[in-house]
Design a protein around this ligand. Sequence first.
Ligand SMILES: [Zn+2]
Length: 527
Amino acid sequence: MTRVPCLFAFVLTLASPAAAQPNDPRLDRLKAEAGRAIDANARLAQQMVDQVFSFGELGMQEVETSKYLTAILEKNGFTVERGVAGIPTAWLARWGSGKPVIALGSDIDAIPQANQKPGVAAREWLVPGAPGHGEGHNSGVPLNILAALAVKDLIAREKLSGTILLWPGVAEEQLGSKAYLVRAGVFRDVDANLFAHVSDEFGISWGDEPALTLISALFKFKGQSAHAAGAPWRGKSALDAVLNMANAWEYHREHMELAQRSHYVITDGGDQPNVVPSTAAIWFYFRERDVERVTRMFEDAKQIARGAAAATFTTLDSVQVIGSAWRPHFNKPIATALHDNAVKVGMPAWDDKDQTMAKAVQRMMGQPDSGLRTSVPPLRSPEEAAAASSGTGSDDIGDVTWTVPSVTLYYPANIPGTPGHNWADAIAMATPIAHKGVIAGAKVQAMTLLDLLLRPELLSAAREYFTNVQTRTIKYHPLMAPTDQPAIWLNAEKMARYREPMRKFYYDPAKYGSYLEQFGIKYPVVP
Ligand SMILES: [Zn+2]
């Protein structure tokens, strides 16, 4: 086959935008109905957001969270499959039948040491040292559930063909699960994937996200223990290898491209000073713009690790990939539909209390007290998204976006100006700011779900973009080796330490109208 007819077809497709087709006459009416159904479910929205907030579970240990969310889905007729891809807290909830299959995903894990009383503009722990939702991952699956419940009733009544598939982002903070879900074939029959992530605005963009491709890996070293004072010459310190590797990496950093981001923590530094450490481990995140560059960084790190071992007479025991993530790429036709719906829904109706809360948190963090955002920004191109971005993280949703046409809906349920991955980011996440943001986001998600069910030309435009633009020259392959397995042991010890003290503070919706009420917090508490 020659390439010319293919290119010609490609140009023709792009020249006839999906919006030019007449819409199903039911579409606007059904979107309005879905919106009303979500408003009518405001109590469920508040309950789910507050409940998951109170669990505050770290990645791979989202046991209570997954039990709670899947129970709601089962009660509403979804078929739930648990332990997906060998990950105990991963699940799939399916409802409906036939094509198209539309997936709705969002993350569920919390942040270490981000435990925080909601609605209070000051550092107040519930359980000192415990994890908490300092990233707002308590809100996304509740949002997707609200959208799914509203649309499923309409599918049933209108006798539409289509399947809704809900799934959780487990251990997103460790980029630990989504590539494994892809490898397990979770998205094999999926036509489009709508992801949701908390933000302080309706941030919707198409194309490459301003994020970095990532490999996270644990380097374990082995030495020989000895009495550190009595016979140090008989010891070989694995900790010396770890420190040597970290040090060598810092010298190497001088010669890296500016865009790289790499950082590490020492997860095993030995037991006590008078015993020469026979084991030690260092955990790295390597981030770069693309798969080739991040793979090269990882190879450099392995060489440095071997060198560090050789220089300390120890051995490099193992190198384990803990997480990996492609740079996300969002589907243009779906992003356009999603953005149109965000404009239709508009921003949540923040009241004076919400704005007072937001401004107090902003002042506390030394930021301009601009309050909560009140308008929906335009749909962003990759360049505009980069300009609007405050930094460069990574998200393993990238692997999903390279497997199936996908977009992330960033929805306004938190306060602008917080640092991210911080207790201050948890303050709003069980208050009316989060509740209202989740309801607005659920409407956008539900309306886009209806677009995908009732506008076949949108799905085919999405498929065209995926095949002929996004993946025309770049083909997905996972960054972990075929032998790598999900790091399901992550955070087990930490969570075991905090789960019981946290359990006392789980939200009790039978007794309290909100989590704020459970603590007698007069929202907003500002100094
Ligand atoms: Zn996140």
